[in-house]
Design a binder for this molecule. Structure first.
Ligand SMILES: *Cc1c(COP(=O)(O)O)cnc(C)c1O
Length: 443
């Protein structure tokens, strides 16, 4: 058998020389970020918080932004291009007529796609003499990635980690500490925002929104410190397009083009990463590819949220962002896919959902773990609970294709491995998982 049918070539030349910025290609202009008084946020407003280069990318309308040479070779050293597999085991187990391919970001050192932007942000910070980066983390994936990014570029990192994850996932704390980062459970007593939440509710399990408030406040109050965000921002989504750009070349080597692109969505960065380079073709009328974005029913931002201006964090310290949101005070039930427990959604992805170009679906976590275990038994890889949302949707699509006698090419992003998420798997295997549907009555 031709091995190329099972695994696409992985030549270092497949690492793109530029990231793709979807902003100039959107079907309608991207609504600007606003200040609380309703005026537009100007780039200078963000200088106390972000490195200058990151701000430039945030406001950029250039379609392609060059990847600095240092970063491109670092991508190669860390394992890019990542593998693109044909899911033959899964296809056979399902008896589907669909062809399923997946890009696997779990081979990267911290186990997920997040290192793609963490290295970029730490690189730009170091160039500008930033001494310290603060951030938030949910499942710990983003914190681990930034901890490594900081270590590689000599920048100190402080991570505010959502308390429920800090308790559920002690090993990720250790990973961050191995890389030299300082890890603090959030809400914490170290910031105004943390203290005010603890006064109201000492047992608050935390959320990404709260942790963001703490990290932003910390950066704003220290001259030598900037803040780093792992998702949602245009600049972050941009960095993640290495995933889709590589996948496009790898599939092209096989003579294949996807009919459906699937991925899991927290803030939207890995989904943008895998899908935007293909969305580019759809937007200019060169393809009819369908785009399916998967979220948990416990944090149903796209399927039950509202499209409106809202804050990115619980305390309302960030600019107002026009996005699908469950409300910045929303605290999702503590599901195992900690990385998907975010109330908002990247603005560019919000525009695409609004225009029907991206179709959202939501699944409860028990069905997601069913899919994850099935995938592990037929493909070998234990998916991160976040990534398993994509697996669940792919299995449903593949079964539907079989029913309808169709043979679509499905591409999905397996955004990370689940080897540090075994508590979730243990709960699943022992019947301890429950499905929480939040009441959105107050929203
Ligand atoms: C953080 C994370 C996600 C969700 O974040 P996005 O910004 O939506 O990509 C998905 N999968 C994994 C493995 C993650 O670590």
């Amino acid at each position: 058998m031709d091995p190329r049918l099972l695994r696409a070539p992985q030549d270092a030349s497949f690492i793109p020389t530029s990231w793709y910025n979807i902003v100039p290609d959107l079907p309608e202009p991207l609504p600007p970020m606003l200040r609380p008084d309703g005026s537009r946020v100007e780039p200078g407003d963000l200088l106390p918080i972000f490195p200058r280069a990151v701000i430039e990318q945030e406001f950029s309308r250039e379609r392609y932004i060059e990847i600095p040479g240092t970063l491109r070779s670092l991508y190669a050293r860390l394992g890019r291009p990542t593998p693109l597999f044909r899911a033959r085991g899964l296809e056979e187990a399902l008896g589907t007529t669909a062809q399923i391919y997946y890009k696997f970001e779990g081979v990267l050192p911290t186990g997920s796609h997040k290192i793609n932007t963490a290295t970029a942000q730490a690189y730009y910070a170091s160039l500008e003499g930033v001494k310290r980066l603060t951030t938030e983390t949910g499942a710990g994936q983003w914190g681990s990635a930034l901890a490594l990014g900081g270590a590689l570029f000599g920048v100190k990192v402080r991570v505010y980690m959502v308390k429920v994850s800090y308790n559920q996932k002690p090993y990720r704390r250790v990973v961050m500490q191995v890389y030299g980062a300082e890890v603090i459970p959030s809400p914490s007593p170290y910031t105004e925002s943390g203290r005010s939440i603890l006064r109201e509710d000492p047992d608050n399990p935390g959320s990404l929104g709260i942790a963001i408030s703490e990290a932003v406040e910390d950066a704003a109050k220290h001259e030598d410190t900037k803040y780093s965000l792992g998702s949602v921002l245009n600049s972050v989504l941009l960095h993640q397009t290495v995933i889709g750009l590589e996948a496009k070349r790898q599939l092209n080597e096989l003579g294949v083009y996807p009919d459906i692109v699937v991925g899991a969505v927290g803030g939207g960065s890995n989904y943008a990463g895998i899908s935007y380079p293909f969305m580019y073709d759809r937007l200019r009328g060169a393809s009819n590819t369908r785009f399916i974005a998967v979220e948990p029913t416990a944090a149903p931002t796209m399927t039950r949220g509202r499209l409106e201006y809202d804050y990115g964090d619980t305390a309302g310290l960030t600019p107002l962002i026009y996005m699908y949101t469950l409300g910045h005070k929303f605290v999702p039930p503590p599901i195992h896919a900690g990385g998907l427990r975010y109330h908002g959604l990247a603005p560019t992805l919000s525009v695409l959902v609004k225009n029907g170009l991206v179709e959202p679906v939501a699944y409860p976590q028990t069905s997601v773990f069913d899919a994850a275990v099935f995938f592990a038994r037929h493909e070998g890889i234990i998916p991160a609970p976040e990534s398993a949302h994509a697996v669940k949707a792919v299995i449903d699509l593949a079964l539907k294709a079989k029913e309808e006698g169709k043979s679509p090419v499905i591409l999905f992003n397996l955004s990370g491995h689940g080897l540090l998420d075994l508590q979730g798997y243990d709960d699943y295997l022992n019947g301890r998982l429950t499905d929480a549907e939040p009441s959105l009555a107050s929203h």
